[in-house]
Design a protein around this ligand. Sequence first.
Ligand SMILES: Nc1ncnc2c1ncn2[C@@H]1O[C@H](COP(=O)(O)OP(=O)(O)O)[C@@H](O)[C@H]1O
Ligand SMILES: [Mg+2]
Length: 237
Amino acid sequence: MLRCEQLTKTYVSGGRDLTVLKDITFHLEPGGFLAIIGPSGSGKTTLLGLLAGLDRPTAGKVLLDGTDLGALDEDARARLRRDRVGFVFQSFQLVPTLTALENVQVPLELAGNGRRSGGSEDSIEQRALALLGRVGLAERAHHYPAQLSGGEQQRVALARAFSNRPRILFADEPTGNLDARTGHVIVELMGELNRDLGTTLVLVTHDPDLASRAGRTIRLADGAIVSDTGAAPGGDA
Ligand SMILES: Nc1ncnc2c1ncn2[C@@H]1O[C@H](COP(=O)(O)OP(=O)(O)O)[C@@H](O)[C@H]1O
Ligand SMILES: [Mg+2]
């Protein structure tokens, strides 16, 4: 499903090289739920960006469903993200001028399902409503982000991330701006969607309690894997 081999990322800033990821290798099976943990600055966000094809490694490669991301040009990578990948961010990143329902509909329309004929418009709206129902927000469909609490906004973001039925969902500290109780609700919801829809999940968090809900935990420190609960002998799980 997701394989990375000897990933290294070096930033050049102020004329100095800073290697923030070193030789990261692991393999995640379809339907898996992986948590990546580690202290601030250990390289979690950088790793997620490489795995999701948002950024390119300095060395090594990422294979998503067998596709080598490094072999794709920018457009092909963008298409692959649109069709197969979902994202959830710490800061929700909803479009403020769109309602909850419209936010969830956007990826469906971008995916080319947004034909202007009545039937398919209906099915997009129905699908978006069903997803909002799934995250417990059917009654908030016509609210704007500013009218929703943080936890509600993140639930809309989750519904949006799942709307294109991604093969894999990446979440970067999705509970970082939420209180503990709301954070747990979000992670529980992610676990449910992982179970019910078979979506592979990769969750970055610095909360070990949240990480414990995942089937597997990789811990980073200083840009290297220091432990992996799913590693088989030889580093491949
Ligand atoms: N664009 C960048 N240019 C230079 N250094 C960066 C850049 N992005 C991140 N870093 C550095 O890389 C290291 C890892 O950052 P990051 O992946 O954001 O860690 P984490 O998400 O675990 O907190 C940090 O030292 C950070 O300052
Ligand atoms: Mg980070």
